[in-house]
Design a protein around this ligand. Structure first.
Ligand code: SF4
Length: 279
């Protein structure tokens, strides 16, 4: 919500309450006029009158630097930006201390919580940390991560605009698949991150992410190419970048899937302007 609109809405609510006549006026100029005209009326300070807290002001200024993969409005979720960051921090502290999967906790260099924009419109969910992720503490940083970065760029996004996490937050030994028990142990953290970020779209990368999130047993080849629902999010499933490294021809299927997502988001895949990530 921009400042003018917020002020207008607040003033209109004063009008509906019979406090003021604000017909034919708008925005900041109106508020200035009202302040001059109503010296006998106690008028709240500008941010307060506009219903804009310090937190939401931060959201707006950040939005100016970003683009369509951020949430349009703080009104789309129950949490404002500060609350989302606080919740994610709480969860990351719980994850750092978590030993629910004793074997994984004993073998990890560190937990890999997740990274990205707390108000991302698009969340990526992968499988589990590999050796590189375990070392660096960030998801998708190895060879598969580099390929994912290329895919992100092809979509006209940057990593910083998305939120990226995994089904597991600890590396399974030998890069084996997570067991159902491990995935169930880590689910509260995944769901906590989804709830905090509240994305409109989720992309599940690979079989493990897709089947675990959606509680499905269908092979990824039959899950891809259409939307599922998880909470308010539309979920698209596609092949994991690691699979693409082993099977480069499958890249065309991933691009087909992402084009479905882009169109759903109102973006024409043929008119994408690529942005460079800061990282
Ligand atoms: S994988 Fe998840 S649930 Fe298991 S020990 Fe790590 S953080 Fe805890």
């Amino acid at each position: 919500m921009n400042l003018n609109r917020a002020i207008e809405q607040t003033l209109q609510s004063w009008k509906r309450a019979g406090l003021l006549d604000v017909s034919g006026c708008s925005g900041v100029s109106l508020l200035e006029r009202l302040v001059q005209r109503t010296s006998s009326v106690t008028v709240p300070s500008l941010p307060e009158a506009a219903g804009i807290s310090e937190t939401v002001t931060t959201t707006l200024s950040e939005k100016e630097e970003t683009n369509e993969v951020h949430e349009d409005s703080a009104g789309e979720t129950d949490m404002n930006l500060k609350e989302r960051k606080t919740r994610l921090l709480e969860l990351s502290e719980q994850v750092a201390a978590c030993k629910k999967c004793a074997g994984l906790a004993a073998g990890r260099t560190q937990t890999v919580f997740g990274v990205g924009n707390p108000r991302a419109k698009v969340m990526f969910i992968g499988e589990a940390p590999g050796a590189d992720e375990d070392k660096q503490g960030e998801p998708f940083v190895g060879r598969a991560g580099k390929l994912l970065n290329t895919i992100i760029e092809a979509c006209g996004w940057t990593r910083e605009e998305l939120y990226i996490c995994n089904i597991l937050r600890c590396r399974p030994d030998g890069n084996r698949n997570p067991t159902p028990i491990e995935a169930a142990n880590c689910r509260e953290f995944l769901d906590g991150q989804i709830e905090a970020v509240n994305p409109k779209y989720i992309v599940c990368w690979g079989t493990i992410a897709a089947q675990n999130l959606l509680n499905e047993s269908t092979p990824i080849g039959r899950m891809r190419g259409k939307f599922y629902k998880y909470g308010r999010a539309k979920v698209l499933c596609t092949y994991h970048p690691s699979y693409l490294l082993r099977n480069p021809p499958a890249k065309k299927f991933v691009w087909e899937d992402l084009k479905i997502l882009l169109r759903e988001m109102g973006v024409d895949p043929d008119k994408i302007v690529k942005k460079k990530s800061d990282s």
